[in-house]
Write a protein that binds this ligand. Sequence first.
Ligand code: GAP
Length: 502
Amino acid sequence: MDAIVALAKRRGFIFQSSEIYGGLNGFFDYGPLGVELKKNIRDCWWADMVRRRDDIVGVETSIIMHPKVWEASGHVAGFTDPLVDCKVSKQRYRADQLFFAAVVVTGADGVAKTVGYVSALESEKTTADLQAAAENLKRKKAIQGQLAPVQPKDMTEATPEEIPLIPSPATGEPGSLTEPRAFNMMFETHVGPMRDSSAVAYLRPETAQGMFVDFKNVVDTGRVKLPFGIAQIGKSFRNEITPRNFIFRSREFEQMEMEYFIHPDADWLKCHEEWLAWCQEWLKSIGLPESHLSLHEHPKAKLAFYSRRTVDIMFRYPFGVQELWGIAARSDYDLQQHQKHSGVPQVYFDEATKQKVVPHVIEPAVGVDRILLAVLCAGYAEEDVKDDKGNVEKRTVLRLSPRIAPVKVAVLPLLKNKEALVGRAKELYGKLKRNYAVFYDEAGAIGRRYRRQDEIGTPWCVTIDFDTIEKDGTFTLRERDSMQQKRITEAELFALLAEKVY
Ligand code: GAP
């Protein structure tokens, strides 16, 4: 992860927000290459989800909506995370990410006794950390006997009697952790000059509600027929208690969500499965390897308040297997809620039965930033390669799909002081630039220029050499992953790009 974060900074993909003031936790900026990569991810999703389908339309709704939207949706009352404070260190933890275990030792008398508690923050090795802490505690207190394997629980499961006995991860001492309390993650603001409660509004915590609130408008104006979807890409804001893992969990992020409305009598489970399959295929189409993807079905007891089934597509990040894309079956919860709270019927007229129905919804919801982090993690590699003289050197390479790579082709004249080479290179560069993100580079040895492109994920480099200008007009095409080179004509180059960049 450190290498990926360093590359992201060094090559201008991602910076800390307001870095010159020390940064702001949970906020990030995208640099010149990052913004291209992010835009390409968005554009691919929009093309495949909206433009290339006949049953899905797009919207762009406002970030700040009527506060009643969030009352109706359940977010004012229920969009909370359980928060635990450490009264001594003033640190705050998400209760479901703070784990503890009783330290149980069986003495010579055969009786198992709890001799203390240990705690650890959620990680890939939470259980191992707790076990190590338990062994430490037993050693420190010089307790004889057989230590039992720890049984980790999170702080939402702690009893009132246990809470004062659990050590704070910040101080290592018990007695300072509070009971978990519900913390609403919506950012509040005020609309207009008044700063009283009548002016309170929220920065949206999900883009989804925009689609529900505009459902009637789209039905009345869009000539849509069930089943159909409404899609949106846009910023969402959550005052996360513990933003972490770089851009994985941040406080300002971008979502790509689609609400797929189906007839209440339709087979929602089948539709849910179909969208689950679609989303996995789409992730593969932008270059995420199948080996890094898995599914996680939310247990019934842990479903979000609006969901009757949620399956997450998980991705193997360097910091663990984590949620990438949630596919939820939201039933008619949202439309019913808005119908109730607004008094405006949220119905669709079913021509077949001549009845008005409130459709049900399947919702694939994904974060652009999480996809971007996934493609960086999956694509990053450090390799030993041989240079022209056979010397082994390191190359850093980002294996990004041509669909999303920030730069598609680099155009390189073999020598920068040969006018004919430079002229032809600039001519080609100008032509490519009309349709593609292209980079022109004439500085340094050709091998060095290849390496610079490898590191930012450019799939192809084209070198203009003496054969180009003196012989047949072909260029050398060098492929990033295989590092193989071949001669190619201009027409072939454009055909290659048309096929791979879509
Ligand atoms: N409308 C449903 C909804 O918003 P969610 O599971 O809370 O569901 C959907 O969010 C997706 O948005 C997640 O799967 C994740 O990709 C992304 N996401 C959620 N919270 C995020 C955060 N704090 N930072 C970055 N991405 C986030």
